[in-house]
Design a protein around this ligand. Structure first.
Ligand code: NAP
Length: 362
């Protein structure tokens, strides 16, 4: 006879494993389905400094400890990839259809997380693992004393650049705007790090290298260059330095340090003196040993698109109680609509989603 779980949790990251802790401790039959490895994105974080009571912990250690916790609670685990989620009309159970087999449960928690966004350039997939990486903590050591670049302007890019600056001879930080969106404290550390060179208002338009990445081609996209041409556009380009300038003038984004606030050293580094003519001319080659792409995340929610509502960016529409529009289906962690995607909010969501799922089962 087909086994029916109380709750199937899709995703073995922080949100999913926390949901499992709460479900198991209340005696529910839990199955966690994970397509890759348990731990999720936190595994690739070198140091967690903003989780309550942990002033410093490695992401790997955190994930390993969390996984041991769910193993001790005997949560059932399976490695499989979910392809769709369907409601069984007669039983009212949810069918979690995976590549290898299908599983049924009375309630489902989706904690599918996000995946790293790509630049959308020719050759990017082929060069991934051959000079292109999405994880400095995983691959940084391969480029000890070498010259690398990080692309992006959010917290991830700033953290990756700082981490790499400890290992590499030189780190270029390439960002398509004139200001970063990452935390001010990280921005200050970036400005104070001698071997990080900022290349602002710059966009990567091509990757060069046959079997390994050898260089990237940069295009200026500051105020002087106006809008990028269609041919040079990335999948999600938006060289919007003009918008940034307006936002700073209006003081709307108080965590953004405009270039005027940088130290004189960083301003020098940002200018054309360090990188030939990259900022002034249309395109320029930058020779590097590796490129770390840190340009945000894409939610992994396509398998659930027919079962629950997604917002225009692909996140599952769910509020702080983690309820989706489908009764019995809950969304936890980075995969749902929310303002703050952090380790602490993922753990919080896991607890909330499990508690709400258990209420639903009564
Ligand atoms: P993010 O905050 O969404 O930033 C993405 C960055 O990449 C932006 O600077 C964006 O530029 C740029 N970008 C996007 N598409 C691009 C493209 N096609 N080409 C070039 N640049 C592109 O992503 P994230 O840094 O990965 O952070 C994700 C979430 O995790 C955030 O909420 C962040 O705060 C959180 N996080 C927190 C910590 C921490 O607290 N320690 C660490 C890591 C991440 P535009 O601004 O021009 O779009």
């Amino acid at each position: 006879m087909e086994k029916i779980y109380d709750i199937i949790i899709i995703g073995g990251g922080t949100a999913g494993m926390t949901a499992a802790i709460y479900g198991c401790r209340l005696g529910k039959r839990i199955l966690i389905v994970e397509k890759n490895f348990f731990g999720g994105q936190i595994i690739s974080t070198s140091e967690i400094e903003n989780y309550p009571a942990f002033s410093s912990a490695s992401g790997y250690a955190f994930a390993t400890e969390l996984h041991s916790q769910i193993e001790a609670l005997n949560a059932e685990q399976v490695t499989d990839e979910v392809t769709s989620l369907q409601k069984e009309a007669t039983s009212g159970c949810w069918r979690v259809i995976c590549k290898k087999r299908l599983y049924s449960a009375r309630a489902v928690i989706i904690a599918s997380g996000t995946e790293s966004r790509k630049l959308g350039l020719v050759g990017e997939d082929k060069l991934l693992g051959h000079g292109i990486s999405h994880c400095a903590t995983c691959d940084g050591a391969l480029y000890k004393n070498r010259t690398v670049a990080v692309v992006g302007g959010g917290n991830t890019a700033l953290e990756e650049a700082l981490y790499l600056s400890l290992l590499c001879k030189k780190v270029y930080l390439i960002h398509r705007r004139s200001v970063f969106t990452g935390d001010l404290s990280l921005q200050h550390r970036i400005y104070d790090t001698d071997n990080i060179q900022l290349l602002l208002n710059s966009r990567i338009v091509a990757l060069h290298g046959k079997d390994r990445l050898q260089s990237v081609e940069l295009c200026a996209c500051g105020q002087s260059s106006g809008k990028p041409s269609k041919e040079n556009s990335n999948a999600d380009s938006g060289c919007t330095a003009n918008n940034d300038t307006k936002r700073n003038a209006a003081g709307a984004s108080d965590n953004r340090l405009p270039a005027e606030n940088m130290s004189s050293r960083q301003l020098e580094n940002t200018g054309s003196n360090q990188l030939g003519n990259a900022i002034n001319h249309s395109t320029e080659k930058l020779e590097i040993d590796a490129l770390f792409v840190a340009i945000g995340q894409i939610p992994q929610n396509q398998p659930f698109a027919d079962a629950v509502s997604l917002d225009p960016h692909g996140y599952i529409v769910a509020g702080e109680n983690c309820h989706t529009n489908a009764p019995g289906v809950f969304a936890a962690g980075d995969c749902r609509t929310k303002d703050l995607r952090q380790l602490v909010t993922a753990a919080s969501d896991g607890a909330v989603a499990a508690t709400e799922a258990i209420k639903y089962l009564r």
